[in-house]
Design a protein around this ligand. Structure first.
Ligand code: NCD
Length: 321
């Protein structure tokens, strides 16, 4: 499915598979809508019955805490019926194809599929085969894309820094395996950014072709110097075959981790982000994660609001089956 097929003929959002191909006004509208779910106190978003009568099916074929919980809560806050498929109990491990699982749940009148899978192309495949009223939301696709994470990261940055144009944003860690970094870069390519710097340990460096416009910086200190935003990423051991090459936690933190000393190199008003789950004192010092510049918990809260905004966008104006 090419990017534009995420949109209905009238330009509204049908599926959210990737941020690539969306235009600036769509991104802004989703972030603005998410803001409405954070007002007035940044406390719990208000209930919104917009999904009343719809069924949201969460299909997570990979582990998840934040993304799954926030999609579930978002759907419930908007009065949907929510189905969480327990993957260990599902027929997929008995060999049922993912499409047969989808057809089964579609026959039960599921309207929105939220899908996380370790294989590339699964959200796209599902989107090509569902009925016209059904939407597919990518909740993490291999190391390729994680669009709602990208949106929540953009929202978090925007709430602290305003415009993106003059910002230096640095991502530190296992970028090579990260769909989070990919979707952030996809989003920033649309909004514009002063400079996007990527720095990773040897062997975990990104493929430059996946990051048009970003600067790959070898030295972590150089990458952090003067940054307005520093995002740390977990080493994604589940995607690394040769585990014996991984260094100890202590060595990793000293050489490539986000420590208090390194953070001193950043802009004095820099914010610290991490998508979670964190490995404390590996890619990020515990004191940094809990420190005054950390906005990690805000990312989680913003994630709920973003997922509400995306759910609202895909049902907006569409008639339930
Ligand atoms: C990330 C993911 O699953 O890609 N987590 C998340 O969704 N917040 C990052 C990770 O697993 O390290």
């Amino acid at each position: 499915m090419n990017d534009l097929q995420q949109l209905d003929a009238d330009g509204t959002l049908r599926h959210l598979l990737t941020l690539r191909g969306l235009d600036r006004s769509m991104i802004d509208a989703l972030l603005d809508k998410a803001e409405t779910y954070l007002r007035p106190t940044d406390a719990l978003p208000a209930r919104d019955g917009i999904l009343n009568g719809r069924t949201v099916a969460n299909l997570f074929f990979e582990p998840s805490t934040r993304t799954r919980a926030s999609f579930e809560l978002a759907a419930k806050r908007m009065s949907a019926d929510v189905l969480n498929l327990d993957v260990n109990m599902s027929s997929r491990i008995k060999g049922e194809s993912v499409l047969d699982t989808i057809y089964t749940l579609q026959a039960m009148r599921s309207d929105i599929f939220v899908v996380r899978d370790a294989s590339e192309g699964i959200p796209d495949l599902i989107a090509r085969h569902v009925e016209p009223h059904v939407s597919v939301l990518n909740a993490g696709e291999a190391a390729i894309s994680h669009p709602t994470q990208g949106l929540l990261d953009l929202l978090t940055i925007r709430r602290h820094k305003g415009a993106f144009d003059d910002l230096v944003i640095t991502v530190v860690g296992d970028i090579g395996h990260s769909r989070v970094a990919r979707s952030l870069a996809d989003g920033l390519a649309i909004t514009g950014v002063g400079e996007l710097r990527l720095t990773a340990p040897p062997g975990l460096t990104p493929d430059e072709a996946d990051y048009p416009g970003a600067v790959i910086v070898d030295d972590i200190d150089d990458a952090i110097r003067g940054a307005d935003v520093v995002m740390a990423l977990r080493i994604q051991r589940e995607r690394i075959r040769e585990k014996s090459s991984l260094m100890t936690s202590h060595e990793y933190l000293n050489r490539y981790g986000l420590t208090d000393e390194r953070l001193e190199l950043a802009d004095p008003d820099a914010i610290v982000m991490h998508p979670g789950p964190m490995n404390r004192d590996v890619e990020i010092a515990s004191s940094v994660a809990d420190g005054p510049r950390s906005v990690i918990e805000e990312q989680v809260a913003n994630g709920l609001a973003v997922r509400m905004a995306v759910l609202a966008a895909v049902v907006d104006g569409k008639v339930a089956s």
